[in-house]
Structures are given as structure tokens and as C-alpha cells.
Design a protein around this ligand. Sequence first.
Ligand SMILES: C[S@@+](CC[C@H](N)C(=O)[O-])C[C@H]1O[C@@H](n2cnc3c(N)ncnc32)[C@H](O)[C@@H]1O
Length: 343
Amino acid sequence: MAKKKKQAKPKFVKHSKEEKLYHEPEDLRWATNEAVANHRAQRLRCDTIADLGCGIGFQAFAFARTCKRVIAVDVDDKKIALASKNAEVLKIKNIEFVQGDVLDDVVVKKLSGADIVFCDPERIPEEGERSISSIKPDLKKLVAKYSKITSAIAIELPPQIKNIPFDCEKEYSSVNGKLNRLTMYVGELRRCDRSAVILPSEAVLNNKDDVLVTKSDELFHYLYEADPAIVKADLLAELSQETGTMLFEEAKQVFFTSDKLVKNDFFKNRFEVLEQCDFDEKKILEALRKHEARKVLLRYNVDPKDYWKIRNSYEDNLEGDKELCLFRLKNKAVIAQIIKDNK
Ligand SMILES: C[S@@+](CC[C@H](N)C(=O)[O-])C[C@H]1O[C@@H](n2cnc3c(N)ncnc32)[C@H](O)[C@@H]1O
């Protein structure tokens, strides 16, 4: 039998013109994804914006499309040089680049005309627990200094951070179903306490007061996986209300269920439940055969070293043509089929 060709993983691209732009290999890790940058640029549209810690400029380039004037600052002269070259490549003319420490009063003075101040600070690459104190520049000092210029301040934070010592809206964003960024909005930019933005669709969900979550212990005909930005922003009750679905919790996993099919950008995946049976290998195999399975994606907690052994133990006995998912929910086996987005 001919060997199956391994498909190359698609390259993760942060900017549509990335190949033409100048950067050092590490810079891309910290550069803002274009979808996130564009979303923030829409939300922070104004006359003059200050971009503090601009790096190689990915966020600043998005601001340049929605703001008349962008002042982009970085302490690292090499980054400023790369960002300026990149602006030339992209033919962007309304960004002024400033090299300097954003906490230096000379720099603060240069930014005194800003309507909005945005900062994407530097964090250390790995950390046991993300903390505000390891972020550079010092954000408490930054907010104290720039609050004298404007109350409209937005700051990017690592999404894993737990304690945020500011009175702010926390906006979690995801790109293609993966958690990407946390942006905090203070002062007049704040719209609510917690929000989620799903990219590239731009669907936004804000927290509401007094919304009660509807829970179910019973699994209905459809099963949904919430987008990680919704989970991180703790918007489960809001999602349940918005979609008319019920929260169906399984250990630490969060699902929703309904008897009518709901299409909504806040769901990362939707499934049609085909069969529920005891979590017994024989019964599962019977059900998989009945539903003409060929591939079985294991969607429950499996030790990674056992994943293929278990999956092959089913697939070696199947002759259908469908790709089905096997969940373990409330100790039952649930066989389900993913619903493609065009349905
Ligand atoms: C996460 S990167 C910015 C990435 C950028 N927003 C983008 O979209 O490509 C953080 C930047 O903050 C800069 N930085 C750190 N401390 C600073 C300070 N005190 N003043 C100015 N820039 C600073 C670093 O040099 C680094 O380039």
C-alpha cells in the first residue's frame, strides 16, 4: 500500500506582509497578530495615539490605518530601526518613531498630545506564575505618569495573569479558536468588567450583571465547545443566555448543550451527538460501527502515550468512512460528529 504523505503544518503567520518585513527571529514571538492589532486599532480609533513599546511595529501599523497620527516609542534602538524600515516597506507615513524609555519624563512630554495611550510591554519568556511585577516597563508607574495626559489607557497583559491591580475592563481575544491576547482598558475606554472578542469574526461578548447560568446534567442532541476567550473571561452565563444553550460541565471541561442546532461564533466547535452508551470498549465499538466510523478522535483525557494505542484499537476494527469523536462525559461514552461551519 502506498505510504500516506505527511501534510506539512501550515506556517503560522502574524502579518499578511510578514515575508517582506524586517525582524530578528525572536521579534515575531512578541509581535502582535494582525487580527488582534486590527481589532484594537478599530476600538482605539482617535486622532493621536501613543504606542508604548512598539517593538518592530506590528500594532503601530494597524493604528496608522485608524488614527491620524501615531507616536511609536521603544527603548531598544534596533527595534526602532526595524520598525521604521517596516513602515517604509508598507508605505506608512503617519507614524513618528521615538527611541527612549517610556518612563523618562522627556519622552512623556513628547507624548503630551496623545488622545489615547496604548502599551504592549515586555514580559519574561517563561514564568511559573505570570505577575505584573516582572513586566517592563513598570505598569503602575506608567499608568500614574500617563494618566496626567489622558484617562484613555489600554495595556496588553499576558492572558494567564491572575492579579491585575487596576480598575479595568479585561478583554480576552482569541484567533482561530486559540486564546491570543488580554488587553486591559482603563478610564473612559472601559465598557464593562470582562469581555471576549473572537477573531477573525470580530464577535464580541461583554459581561452582564445578574445573569444566571442555565445548567443541565442531561446531554441533548447538540454539544458545543466554547471558545477559550469566553472561558477565560468567565462569560459562561452570558453565553448560555446569548445562545439559548445550557451549560454542561464535565470535570474541568466546559461544554454547552441544546436540542436545537445553534450557530454562533462564540462556539469553537459544534457536534451532533449520535450515540450515548456505557464507557465499555465493546459497546463503543458497536456504536462506532453502527455510525460508519473510520477515524475516531479521542476527545477525553487520555495519557498522550496511550492515545494512538487506544485510537488504533478502535480504528483497526472499523470499515466506515466517517470521522467521529469519542467523548467521556458523566462517565458515559458519547459518540459525536463535528458540524462543519457551513451547516
Ligand atoms: C511585546 S514587545 C512589543 C511588540 C509590538 N507591540 C508589536 O506588535 O510588534 C515589547 C517592547 O517593549 C519594549 N520596552 C520594554 N521596556 C520599555 C521601556 N521602559 N520603554 C520603552 N520600551 C520598552 C521592548 O524593547 C519591546 O520591544
